[in-house]
Design a protein around this ligand. Structure first.
Ligand code: FMN
Length: 312
């Protein structure tokens, strides 16, 4: 993989996400960039607008048994299952490393109960992350394993608790595995979220026809990569029309044009996820491609793309 050539373009790339300034709109998506250590060998993380760190839980987790990644046409299925060292280890070992770079640090959290979200929000705010991304695609143990992100009342409850305990902006990450994403977006907005991010992975499955076994040990997994981009663009557009909150758009972004679509649909910033696996420089290419599109369209600021779609 070759490092993209650096080109300074006459366009302001800075964006605002719930009062947090990013020097450019490109963030890396949670769970696809670890805590930046591996990718930091390729380039200075300061080139990025921000990082959504690997999803954290209150206590360390081993994740799910393998196989937990499977390729699909234009994407991958994963059932990694939130493998992570726990919130305290992140604060002690990973956050100080990330802080050596000039980028916005967004901690991504998952909990089994609203209380767990609250405790993590308190710890991470105190530790000085710039923002907290609340992943509501995880099961609520009290509600019998039902994902928080699929029921407006549960999503709102988690948002309220997170807001009560956080002193930094709270961004709630929406699941696409719902009939009407705007219903959840409204519930979360009414509960006080400062921003929304979307989309998380779409539930999918692959089967080996010879063994008749699912490829993933967990049977099903989450689909990401280029295959999900049109779903992400549609959902960002719907949510942008439904609520007045800044959006971090993601899902299948691999080039500048993909990011521009999400911004035109209403996103203020864009995260690059699965594309990083095949090309560590993908976020840099997306950043530069997006800036080129803004320049070619005669814009002074990349942020002028946000919400600019002209629907029929
Ligand atoms: C291997 C893998 C692990 C992920 N882990 C998390 C996670 O810990 N927390 C989270 O909110 N999203 C997680 N995601 C979802 C991504 O952050 C992103 O929302 C999704 O993959 C869509 O973007 P993409 O198509 O650019 O990858 C993960 C995705 C992948 C592929």
């Amino acid at each position: 993989m070759v490092r993209p050539e650096r080109r300074d373009l006459p366009v302001d790339q800075s964006v605002d996400l719930a009062g947090v300034r990013l020097k450019n709109p490109i963030v890396v998506a949670s769970g696809t960039f670890g805590f930046g250590r591996e990718y930091g060998q390729f380039y200075d993380l300061s080139e990025l607008g921000g990082i959504c760190a690997k999803g954290l839980t209150l206590h360390r987790r081993e994740g799910n048994p393998p196989p937990r990644i499977a390729e699909t046409p234009m994407g991958i299925l994963n059932s990694v299952g939130l493998q992570n060292p726990g919130v305290d280890a992140f604060i002690e070992h990973e956050l100080p490393e990330l802080r050596k770079h000039d980028l916005v640090v967004i901690a991504n959290i998952s909990g089994n109960t609203p209380e767990e979200y609250g405790i993590m929000c308190e710890k991470l705010s105190e530790a000085g992350v710039d923002m907290i991304e609340v992943n509501i695609s995880c099961p609520n143990v009290k509600a019998g394993g039902l994902a928080y992100g699929t029921k407006p009342e549960l999503a709102a409850e988690v948002t309220r608790v997170a807001k009560e305990h956080a002193t930094v902006p709270v961004m709630v990450k929406l699941s696409p595995n719902v009939t009407d994403v705007t219903e959840i977006a409204r519930a979360v907005a009414d509960a006080g979220a400062d921003a929304l991010s979307l989309i998380n992975t779409l539930r999918g499955m692959r089967i080996d026809v010879n063994t008749r076994r699912p490829i993933l040990k967990m049977n099903t997994g989450g689909l990401s990569g280029p295959a999900v981009l049109p779903v992400a663009v549609r959902m960002v557009w719907e949510v942008a029309n439904a609520v007045d909150l800044p959006i971090l758009g993601m899902g299948g972004v691999a080039k500048g044009e993909d990011a521009a679509q999400l911004m035109l649909a209403g996103a203020s910033a864009v995260a690059v996820g699965t594309a990083c696996f095949a090309d560590p420089y993908a976020p840099i290419r997306v950043r530069d491609g997006l800036a080129q599109i803004a320049c070619a369209q005669g814009l002074d600021k990349v942020s002028d793309l946000t919400g600019g779609v002209r629907p029929w």
